[in-house]
Write a protein that binds this ligand. Structure first.
Ligand code: SF4
Length: 504
């Protein structure tokens, strides 16, 4: 019976629910686009099961959710600003920055970035004056770097083309501002301007799919449109911003992907997935207690879509309800494409600076494409099947111009490997280091070759940490640092990347 109780508490079935811990709250937002093309028709019979058809139930849902939100919401800096800022433009800007930062990134990570950003650029006008380099520097480590760039471009557009006035409706925000999609537009309009429009992000998808047992692929255009319909039908016209934030908060902290806390859920009485799990558990419990009369030996009478088998919103017949998953049967998504594997050789090139301090070479990436405009150690994409000797030779040829001297292959020291997953690429950096024997700028012949090289600069350790470098490059730095610490005392030649105390 303890397994049954644990399963009931978590909302899961009998196998997976027991013993699962609560994951740290996330608010990763993945926008769901709406496609306005022809949609497959959904009959009234099908819709009735997957929609909220009674106004009284919608009212009760709103009331319960908002009461919970008022009591349990997290204290977050952008919420404070949205609640206290009387200037509508500033309020919208504050919400906008938070929404862009929160896409694909956890709340805990965003808070510090958000505070630093708002301190540096408290207004649209201040952001519009910033350089892309400054934006990249502050954004470094937050990932998906084009978000920061587009935010700044959009701020410049508001200042130069819209007389500094933020658009005030979801439709205009989406139409006029680069980088603002349907989700972000709805969030800004509802939170900052009180427009009664719903939002659909990853957290809201999970909640909606569970409360209405929507098991069809939630990333498909037809299902995405139904979810937007649901969100728009549910949003509270009196408190749209709070309602939308409450839905997202519920998905982030209670209705979590793997360990939902159904017993603590303010909308559990409206949740069809939860209802189904409870009925199954009740049935299993009665059987365990030996009350299995002939009437109880059959599957429980569970409310289902009247059009099961042909409904475009139900679980697909090929992947039916799995009792071991419980409410986590929803949502379902088509299998993600695996990121492609790539390898890159990268070299931490070190020289003595003018005052004898170690300096490291970083070069700027192209202004478009992956990690556009960020700085990195000199790097070279490796073709498939290259042997170690060939890798070294290719990398050496690549860094020769910066080295300013003929460098023997053996001086390139292999440090280790670093893996980093971008959204669509699984990148492995093969890390080398090279300590230069003399000031490379004094060497002859290097300038002509440099003319064809990208922008570069020599930086100290402190400057490297403050530069617009990606998380992957910081990992490369760490590998060098660790190797340097471990190499000391073993007689190995090593770059002098400082050996910092562990845990810093
Ligand atoms: Fe559980 Fe449903 Fe609430 Fe999600 S919405 S926590 S599945 S009761």
């Amino acid at each position: 019976m303890s397994k049954l109780r644990a399963a009931a508490r978590s909302g899961r079935g009998l196998q997976q629910g027991a013993g699962e811990g609560r994951k740290s709250p996330r608010r990763c937002r993945k926008n769901v686009s709406s496609h306005k093309g022809m949609l497959p028709p959904v009959s009234a019979q099908q819709s009735a099961y997957h929609l909220f058809s009674h106004p009284a139930e919608i009212e009760a849902f709103r009331k319960n959710l908002l009461a919970w939100y008022d009591k349990c919401k997290r204290d977050l800096p952008w919420r404070k600003l949205a609640a206290s800022e009387s200037d509508a433009n500033r309020r919208a800007y504050a919400v906008w920055v938070s929404e862009i930062m929160l896409q694909q990134t956890q709340v805990a990570t965003v808070i510090d970035y958000y505070n630093r950003w708002m301190q540096k650029w408290p207004t649209l006008q201040a952001l519009a004056k910033a350089s892309l380099e400054e934006v990249n520097e502050l954004w470094a480590g937050l990932g998906y770097y084009s978000r920061g760039k587009r935010l700044q471009e959009a701020a410049q557009k508001v200042v130069s083309e819209l007389a500094g006035q933020m658009p005030a409706t979801a439709e205009e925000l989406q139409r006029l501002l680069p980088g603002v999609g349907r989700y972000t537009a709805g969030a800004i309009a509802s939170i900052s301007y009180g427009q009664a429009t719903g939002v659909v992000d990853g957290n809201v998808i999970r909640v909606l799919c569970r409360v209405r047992c929507i098991g069809a692929d939630s990333s498909s255009p037809a299902v995405a449109d139904r979810l937007w319909d649901l969100a728009n039908a549910l949003v509270d016209p009196a408190r749209p911003g709070d309602f939308n934030q409450a839905m997202m908060e519920l998905g982030a902290t209670v209705c979590t992907p793997r360990a939902p806390l159904c017993m603590e859920c303010p909308v559990k009485q409206h949740c069809k997935a939860r209802c189904r799990v409870e009925k199954e558990l009740e049935f299993a419990s009665r059987r365990l207690l030996g009350k299995a009369a002939s009437s109880c030996s059959q599957a429980p009478d569970i409310e289902e879509c009247a059009a099961t088998g042909s409904c475009s919103l139900c679980l697909p017949a090929s992947e039916p309800w799995d009792s071991s998953l419980g409410v986590a049967n929803f949502p379902r998504r088509a299998a993600k494409k695996q990121p492609r594997a790539e390898r890159t050789a990268t070299c931490v090139l070190e020289r003595r600076g003018p005052r004898g301090q170690p300096e490291y070479l970083i070069v700027q990436r192209p202004s478009s494409g992956l990690l556009a405009g960020l700085w990195e150690f000199p790097s070279l994409a490796l073709g498939p099947g290259l042997k170690e000797k060939q890798q070294r030779e290719a990398l050496l040829a690549h860094v020769q111009a910066w080295a300013g001297e003929a460098v023997a292959r053996g001086r390139l020291r292999h440090v280790g490997e670093v893996s980093h997953v971008f959204s669509h690429i699984h990148q492995t950096y093969v890390v080398y280091s090279l300590l230069l024997g003399r000031d490379p700028e004094m060497a002859s012949g290097w300038r002509d070759e440099m003319l064809e090289r990208p922008a570069f600069r020599w930086v100290t350790q402190a400057e490297f940490q403050k530069s617009a470098v990606s998380t992957a490059m910081k990992k490369v730095w760490k590998v060098c640092e660790r190797q340097n610490c471990e190499g000391r005392g073993s007689g190995q030649v090593s770059v002098s990347v400082p050996c910092l105390p562990r845990g810093r």
